[in-house]
Design a binder for this molecule. Sequence first.
Ligand code: GLU
Length: 480
Amino acid sequence: MRVRFAPSPTGFLHVGNARTAIVNYLYARSNNARMVLRIEDTDLERSTRESEDSIFRDLSWLGIRWDEGPDLGGEFGPYRQSERFDIYRSYTERLLGEGNAYRCYCTKEELDRMKKGGDGEAESYTYSGRCRSLTDDERKKFEAEGRPSTVRFRVPDNVSIVVNDRIKGPVEFNSSNIGGDFIIVRSDGVPVFNYIVIIDDTLMKISLVIRGDDHLSNTPKQLLVARALGLSEPEYAHLPLIMGPDRSKLSKRHGITSVEMYRKEGYLPHALMNYMAMLGWASESGEEILPIEDIIRQIDLKKLSKNAPIFDFQKLRWMNGMYIRDYPLADITILFMPYLANAGYNVDAIDRTHLETVVSILRRYCDILSDIGHLAGIFLDEVCVPDEEADAMLKSDDGKNVIRASRTIIRDRLDSANFATGLIPAVKGATSLKGKSFFMPLRAIITGRQKGPELDQVMAVIGYDKCKMRIEYCHEHYCS
Ligand code: GLU
C-alpha cells in the first residue's frame, strides 16, 4: 500500500494542505503503507527552493515522516516533477503517436475570440476542437509559419467516468462535460500538472490518492489519460476542504492559515497535529485530546465526515493551552525562552530554576507560547508599570488606601521571612476592606494588572525587596 503527499512549492504550507499531509501520514501509519513526498514544481515561475525547504521544515515540525521523497530518494524517483520531464515527454509522444493527443496551433487571441463567441463564461468554456482534425498540409503550414503549439488531449465523446471515491462514494462524470480537449503540454514545452499527476501516481505505484476535493474535478481528466495510456488507476479519497467559522473557504481573514505562522506564534506541533488530525471525525470516547498513537489506531477514512469541517481557531488555542500545561516543565521552559527573549528579557542571565518556577506558575495563563511575553513582567520586571485597568484602580480611594497601608506595614512590621504570608492579613485588617475591594488594588500594586496568578504565590517568588519596591513605586505615583 502506498500513499503520497504532493505539494506545489509556491508559498508557505497552508493548513488545508497540511491537513491533507496529516491524513496521508495517519493513513500510512495505520495501514502500514509507505508515504511518498512528491514535489510538484512544474510552475517554474512560481516554484521556489525556499518554499520547498519551508514545506519540508513545517511537515517535519508537525511530526510527519515520509519514506520516499526528494530528500530521501527512493526506488521510484526522482521525486521532483521538474526532474522528470524526459519521462513525461515519452508519454506525450505516445499519446500523439496513437492519436490520443494532437498539436493545437490556436493562438491566445484566437482562443479568446472563440471564448467570446461562446457563452462568454471562461469557466464553462469548451474548446471547439478546431485543431482536432488538421490535415498534414495545414499542420505543415502552421509549422512553417513558426506558430507555437500546445498539445491537447483528445477527450472521447459521451463516456461515463465514475470516480469511486472512498469518502464521497461513486461520483459520475460525463466526458462531454469536462471542458473539451484539455491542454497537457504548454507551448513552452512544460507539461500541465493535471496530466503528469496521473503518470507519476502510476509510476510511483500509488494505491490511494488522498487529496483535497478541489481536485475532484481533475480526476476524470486524469483517469482518461490513464486509460489512453493503459496505466493502472489508483483509488481516490477526496477530503472536503476546511472552512472558516463563517463556512466560507478558509482564508487569512479568518485567522492564521500557514503552519509557519502557527509555529512562530507559539503553537506546539503536537497540539496542531492533534487538532487537525481530529477534524471531521470523533474519537471512540469522544475525547478531543488524544496521543497521536491513539489517533492512528482509531482513524478510518470511513469515519471522515462528507461535510466540510470548520476550523475552530478558539478550540485550537484552547487545545494548545492544554498541551502547554501538560508538557514536562523543563522542556516547556526551554520552548518559552525565545518568546521571553523576544519580549526583551535576557533569558540566559536568569537562573534556570527560577525561570522554571516562573513558567510553572505562568503557563496556566498561556494558551500559546507568545502569551508569556506580557505576563513575564509580573516576575521578571523590577516594578510593574500599571496597565490601564490597574491604573484606574490605583487612582480610586480604595486603591490609595491599600497603597498607604501596604507601605506602612511592609516597612514597619514585616521582613523577608514573614512578608509573603503576613502582608495580606495585615493590610486587610488595617484598611477594613474585603474581597475585590481589597484584592484588586493589592493585585494592581504588586503585578500592575488586574488578572493573573495568586498574589501570595507571586510575592513568595519575587521576594521582599521587589515587593517593597513596587509598593514604593505606587506610593510615589499615586499618593504623593
Ligand atoms: N500539487 C497539487 C496541489 O498542491 C496537488 C495535486 C494532487 O494531490 O493530485 O494542490
